[in-house]
Design a binder for this molecule. Structure first.
Ligand code: CA
Ligand code: CA
Length: 265
């Protein structure tokens, strides 16, 4: 097959149309939401376990200020794994889109992940992550409807959530003890605190000078108003299956052109 100039031009147009979504079918109901997370804490201050997230209908309430923490939020706050939090979330809202973003997030670190979400069904965003070093500290939203990401027309209306140090929670489930704290001590050791969920960032100063699992020497530096975490959202259309096919065809054509052009004239 010889590629004449008109053929080249047509193939290039198809590839361009596919790449920019021109001429594809009507937009799908779902949107592709990219969630970016950033650790804004000062250098050598707090790090975070992976962020557990869910886009939901507003029914999943993970914990309450002033009440004993349930097993779900304790599974996040003590060790970070969050298995029970995910299970409770699924039970409360089977239609929710859930996931876990990243690994250990050190000061200055950034990670991101994308989710396909129906903005009319799952308008709300809920999150939770363990803050380290600590015995049972976490970030998360008390009110399940606190962060309404999408308006009634399905448009993204929240672009960032920025948390300050005075928004960090103590689950009240494990006694403060540097020797038993995750990231600086033996996380397998623990003592029941038998208290309730409360705001607390002052205890971080109790870990100052200890070596962390990431190799840096901890230095809290946190004041009430210190920014410690940011979650950012961007939404884009989900490509239709037909446009994926077009895109693949377009990419294939570009590859063909590249090979063709490498041949000597
Ligand atoms: Ca609550
Ligand atoms: Ca505690």
């Amino acid at each position: 097959m010889s590629l004449t100039r008109p053929t080249l031009s047509r193939l290039t147009s198809v590839a361009a149309a596919a790449a920019f979504g021109i001429g594809t079918a009507a937009a799908a109901t779902s949107v592709n939401v990219t969630v970016k997370i950033e650790n804004l804490a000062p250098t050598n201050s707090v790090s975070y376990a992976p962020l557990h997230v869910g886009f939901h209908n507003g029914s999943f309430d993970a914990f309450d200020l002033g009440m004993a923490a349930g097993a779900g939020i304790v599974s996040v706050a003590e060790g970070g794994a969050g298995g029970q939090w995910q299970a409770d979330f699924m039970a409360a809202d089977p239609t929710a889109v859930r996931g876990t973003i990243g690994g250990l997030l050190q000061p200055g670190g950034m990670q991101s992940m994308s989710f396909v979400v129906d903005p009319l069904v799952n308008r709300y965003f809920t999150f939770a992550s363990m803050v380290v070093p600590s015995n049972d500290f976490f970030i998360g939203n008390d009110l399940p409807t606190e962060y309404m990401l999408f308006n009634g027309a399905g448009q993204l209306q929240t672009s960032t959530i920025t948390l300050r140090a005075n928004q960090i929670w103590d689950a009240g489930s494990e006694v403060f003890d540097p020797a038993a704290a995750a990231f600086v001590g033996n996380n397998g050791l623990r003592s029941d605190q038998n208290s309730v969920v409360a705001f607390n960032f002052a205890e971080f100063f109790g870990y100052n000078g200890l070596g962390t699992g990431a190799g840096y020497t901890f230095d809290s530096q946190l004041n009430a108003g210190t920014d410690v975490y940011r979650i950012s959202f961007t939404a884009a259309p989900v490509p239709e299956p037909e446009s994926y096919a077009l895109m693949l065809a377009g990419l294939g054509s570009i590859g063909l052109l590249a090979r063709h052009r490498r041949r000597p004239a």
